[in-house]
Design a protein around this ligand. Structure first.
Ligand code: UDP
Ligand code: MG
Length: 321
């Protein structure tokens, strides 16, 4: 009888000491239910938490041999923490979940079923965003709309990081080593056979969201600049249109002066033109700066993260059934 394929549940956590003990039994229950069909593991990544998260993780690993734990040297942010986790999965498929229970583990069997039907990237799309206020919902809707128009890489709307990646999709994703990591876009870039799995996003179990408004705004900028150069083109067109407009206007001014003479008026028009052009130039410069800054970060070739501690699961070889 062939060995069941490996499946790792990857959870990144930053200051989640209260929710991990609530989530863990639910994950274990799902793995238990899947015994025989997959060889389930759990990998917790501590993204430099400052509370007792790491101690909690070690406790869980001591209780449950299928748990591996990884601690990063400091807080690198969720995207990098996920990347680190993915790097440490050496075999099989992976499911990414949030630590706060917003991605219900009870859906794991459905993800696995789709994987076993041959899908490589099963992504959860949110039917409802439980616990999110109207502002977050609205800005998220606008963001996905804009991204969809600007990016050539397909990025499905209302899709978070809750998803299953098959071994080959995981291997593909591992090859993308860019420093500015917009995971939603990277998943899309990988491609293969993809399918959506709609689900209801639960409110957080406890603790508070790590993504405030400012962080989300930066996240949106990251997404747009990582996956599209359209804003640079916008700057070009803006420049072209203002130049054409200025040219027409100049012709009109010169013509008027030639026909009727010039009585030195037009201070307001001049100021308006100067301010407008100045503004346009600053916008264009800022845009170029955004991309240049990213180029600079990329050129430094730093490692994406540093590992503090790696503690692999305790199961040497899974017992053949
Ligand atoms: N997270 C992380 N590193 C960070 C911030 C967040 O690993 O720097 C984790 C966090 O612990 C949680 C997940 O990312 O498991 C989603 O974070 P959160 O629930 O705060 O975001 P929201 O669901 O509000 O978008
Ligand atoms: Mg959350």
């Amino acid at each position: 009888m062939s060995q069941p394929e490996r499946l790792t549940l990857l959870i990144t956590a930053f200051n989640e000491q209260d929710v991990l003990p609530m989530l863990h039994p639910r994950l274990c229950a799902q793995l238990q239910a899947l015994v025989g069909s997959v060889d389930g593991r759990i990998l917790y990544v501590d993204d430099g938490s400052t509370d007792a998260t790491w101690a909690v993780m070690q406790l869980l690993a001591a209780q449950e041999p299928r748990v591996s734990v990884l601690r990063l040297s400091r807080n690198f942010g969720k995207e990098i923490a996920l990347t680190a986790g993915l790097d440490f999965i050496d075999d099989g498929a992976v499911i990414l979940l949030d630590a706060d229970g917003q991605d219900p583990p009870e859906l794991i069997p459905q993800f696995v079923a789709l994987w076993q039907q041959g899908y490589d990237d099963v992504y959860g799309t949110r039917l409802e965003r439980g616990g999110d206020g109207w502002l977050k919902r609205f800005t998220a809707a606008v963001f996905y709309r804009v991204m969809g128009r600007l990016s050539k890489t397909p990025i499905p709307a209302d899709t978070g990081d809750f998803r299953l990646l098959s071994p080959r999709a995981l291997a593909g994703l591992r090859q993308l080593r860019e420093r500015h990591r917009f995971m939603k876009g990277l998943f899309g870039w990988v491609g293969y056979k993809r399918i959506a799995l709609p689900y209801r996003r639960e409110p957080r179990l406890a603790g508070s969201s790590k993504f405030g408004f400012w962080k989300l705004w930066n996240f949106a900028l990251e997404g747009i600049t990582s996956f599209s150069t359209a804003p640079l083109r916008v700057a070009t067109y803006l420049g072209l249109f203002t130049a054409a407009g200025a040219f027409g206007f100049a012709a009109w001014v010169i013509g008027k002066a030639a026909l009727y003479g010039d009585r030195v008026a037009g201070w307001p028009t001049m100021m308006a033109a100067i301010l407008f052009l100045g503004g346009v130039q600053l916008i264009a410069l800022g845009l170029i700066g955004e991309y240049l800054g990213r180029l600079y970060m990329e050129a430094k070739q730093r490692p994406l993260y540093l590992v503090d501690t790696w503690q692999p699961a305790n199961v040497a070889v899974s017992a053949p059934s």
